[in-house]
Design a protein around this ligand. Structure first.
Ligand code: HDE
Length: 713
């Protein structure tokens, strides 16, 4: 993790460009948009002190008209998002695979802007919805802008762009009553999923802990589609992109997610902002899975099918560089809201495949920006401007920000000496990979896309026991929220095709039985004239027993950087105890926050005042990663008299978090559930700070989960 250093880590040209275009004025006088100095922005122009407002009031009209148009349409999906600036650096050149400058020049520090998002909820929806997260990166490269518009799961719900409106309409609030917000747990979504079996793989990921991340900074990212790398010789390799978070992949529990949404619905947004602000810059390594062109048909799945991943055990992820996010936006709207990502923004050395979902996206995103940002000039908005300026004969349009000069706006011309002139491939021009195509024009789905069960089953098999239990809990919750039994039955039958134990567990929770047969054919995502049998999901295959890379239990557990530790204390707490913990945990990058009975400050047993970070009335256990209770007789007595502290610790215990107490803290612990289980490896009584640190590194003690379930918090 890099520490804050404003000058040396500035992502060069892009930030300079943004700063130049930012709204900076030298004198602080208020002026209208036409530069007129304003002497009153509080009162409209009236006919007399108590009279009617005059139509003449151009100051009122300018102010109100601008306000009336402050909102732009929110994104139809991924409306709720948070962004940050940073840069990408390459470890080693890979010219054998791609000629892209960003993958060949280790001296470059390519500026990036990343926007993380949820998918289903609207702009003001809570951060901890069970949902896929968007992970979109704009690389401002010297050869033009490259957008890698991915998610935090390596596969997508559907195989063909034609199904996207159906998918989104099914998961969005139901159209008659606009309920539920930012939630997939309702009939229309499961009606769609249970009839569209290609969704099952992404769906089981959405039922896993990946859908409730601890932080954007602790999520993987994936380009999902198979793209192409093209080298100088014009050779193609298939490539899949992976972002690997340096902090590892960690999540919260569902019970926590529900409570976090109430306690701090900006939890992820705040977490990202505060980490960057504190100089704990989030980092991800970029990895690529490479498949030579000749191996296109080597696998048991189709590389063009976006509902399939390539297990890392079959094609390893080659780490090529690192991204660091080191600057918060100056203005949410100007940057995070107006940023426009397009999968069609690529650079020489990267190209598309015929993945039918990707092909549709190449159309959709430009179209979306036209309606969202309202003009084909959206590339002129500062956040969307490439670091190499465009130069062509496109002209005019809404909100033209440039003043193109000269007499000609066409090609070819002689009046302007042929400018702007064309460039050759050898000079770095983009040319498409010359893929040979010899085909019939046809509206259908390839049979090689019909395996809908093997990879959901592989994913489930690869999870640890606790992860599997969370998946079962999520299915049970989601289906439990559905009203129609027919939908639940279809889902149970489908889950049974993935894993029969999983189906039995879910059925038990629903108070239902797994149906033996289901009215066939179940997959309805086919054309009216299609051969129905041919399009039903193919029999499950087992080409790999397990893919450990898919399990969060196999992630990194070596850091406590940015972990939030609640220190429960009142007047008279032991300073010696707190010092001991602070010196170790803060050195390792964790943040300790004093949670006192009231705001203001408290006095320790050494008679010093300490600023309170939050009163117990204004915060919640779910907002912290671990709890520490220093000793001090008076302090412990005060905590023991306040039921909110007992609830705080009970919840931390329920969520399998590390809890440490020192001195008289042990007395307080006895009043909580944690006090009954002091042999628990993450309940530490009078232990050293290093033991607590190691416990926090492990994120949670999942071995506690059965006992935790019984805690009525
Ligand atoms: Fe998107 N998607 N999408 N999507 N998507 C949008 O574009 C769309 C898909 C993803 O932070 C929209 O600017 C279609 C896959 C992210 O600004 C829209 C299809 C993946 C973001 C759109 C897909 C994504 C979007 C809405 C099926 C992962 C947020 C606003 C063919 C690889 C980007 C906008 C940001 C946003 C369309 C499928 C990721 C409507 C038609 C697959 C991260 O254009």
């Amino acid at each position: 993790m890099n520490k804050k250093d404003n000058t040396s880590e500035k992502p060069t040209k892009k930030i300079d460009q943004l700063e130049q275009s930012s709204w900076e004025v030298e004198d602080s006088t208020m002026k209208t948009n036409q530069g007129l100095k304003v002497n009153d922005t509080n009162n409209s122009l009236k006919a007399g002190e108590r009279g009617a407002t005059l139509l003449e009031d151009f100051l009122l009209r300018e102010k109100i008209t601008h306000f009336d148009h402050e909102r732009i349409p929110e994104r139809i999906v991924h409306a709720r998002g948070s962004g940050a600036h940073g840069y990408f650096e390459l470890y080693n050149p890979i010219p054998e695979y791609t000629k892209a400058g960003i993958f060949n020049d280790t001296k470059r520090r390519t500026p990036v802007f990343v926007r993380f998002s949820t998918v289903a909820g609207s702009k003001g929806s809570p951060d901890l919805a069970r949902d896929v997260r968007g992970f979109a990166t704009k690389f401002y490269t010297e050869e033009g802008t490259w957008d890698l518009v991915g998610n935090n799961m390596p596969i997508f719900f559907i195989q063909d762009a034609m199904k996207f409106p159906d998918l989104v309409h099914s998961v969005k609030p139901e159209p008659n009553n606009e309920i539920p917000q930012a939630a997939s747990a309702h009939d229309t979504f499961y009606d769609f999923v249970s009839h569209t079996t290609e969704t099952l793989h992404n769906h089981i990921w959405a039922m896993s802990d990946r859908a409730i991340p601890r932080s954007f900074r602790m999520m993987e990212g994936f380009g999902i589609h198979t793209f192409r790398f093209i080298n100088k010789e014009g050779e193609s390799h298939f490539v899949k992109f992976h972002w690997k978070p340096v902090l590892g992949v960690h999540s919260v529990t569902w019970d926590e997610a529900v409570k976090i949404n109430g306690a701090d619905s900006d939890f992820h947004r705040r977490d990202l902002w505060e980490a960057i602000d504190a100089g704990h810059y989030p980092e991800w390594e970029l990895g690529v899975q490479l498949v030579p062109q000749k191996d296109e048909h080597k696998y048991d799945f189709d590389l063009l099918d976006p509902t399939k991943l390539i297990p890392e055990e079959m094609v390893p992820v080659k780490i090529v560089g690192k991204m660091t996010l080191n600057k918060n936006p100056e203005n949410f709207f100007a940057e995070t809201e107006q940023v426009a990502f397009l999968p069609g923004h690529i650079v020489p050395g990267i190209d598309f495949t015929n993945d039918p979902l990707l092909q549709g996206r190449l159309f959709s995103y430009r179209d979306t920006q036209l309606s969202r940002l309202g003009s084909p000039n959206f590339h002129q908005i500062p956040i969307n401007r490439p670091v190499v300026d465009g130069h062509n004969n496109q002209r005019d349009g809404h909100m033209q920000m440039d003043i193109p000069k000269g007499q000609t706006a066409y090609f070819p011309n002689s009046i302007s000496g042929g400018c702007p002139h064309l460039s050759k491939m050898a000079e770095g021009a983009f040319t498409s990979y010359e893929e040979r195509i010899d085909a019939r024009k046809i509206r259908t789905r390839s049979e090689s896309f019909s395996d809908h069960f093997s990879q959901p089953a592989l994913f489930y098999r690869s999870l640890s026991k606790w992860e599997q239990e969370h998946v079962a809990g999520a299915y049970t919750f989601e289906l439990g929220k559905c009203k129609q039994d027919a939908i639940k039955e279809r889902m149970l039958w489908l889950i049974d095709q993935i894993d029969s134990d999983l189906a039995k567990n879910v059925a038990k929770g629903l108070g239902m039985k797994v149906p033996k047969n289901i009215e066939q054919p179940i997959n309805q995502a086919i054309g009216a004239d299609a051969d129905v049998k041919k399009h039903q999901p193919a029999a499950k295959k087992n080409y790999l027993d397990k893919s450990p890379a898919l399990s969060q239990a196999k992630t990194k557990f070596d850091s406590i950087v940015t972990r939030q530790i609640a220190v429960l204390a009142a007047d008279g707490f032991s300073m010696k105890n707190l010092k001991k913990m602070k010196s170790v945990l803060e050195k390792e990058g964790a943040t300790l926050k004093i949670i006192a009975p009231m705001g203001g400050s408290i006095t320790c047993d050494e008679n010093m005042d300490h600023k309170v970070d939050a009163s117990i009335m204004t915060t919640e256990s779910v907002l912290f990663d671990a709890v520490y209770i220093p000793g001090g007789k008076k302090s412990i007595e005060a905590l023991g008299e306040n039921v909110k502290y007992i609830k705080f610790v009970n919840e931390a215990f329920k969520h399998c978090k590390p809890i440490a107490v020192d001195g008289e803290g042990e007395e307080f612990l006895k009043k909580t559930y944690a006090g009954k289980y002091t042999d628990d490896k993450a309940v530490l009584v009078n232990e050293n700070a290093t033991a607590f640190k190691e416990s926090i590194q492990k994120h949670r003690n999942w071995d506690r989960r059965e006992i935790a379930e019984s805690v009525p918090a």
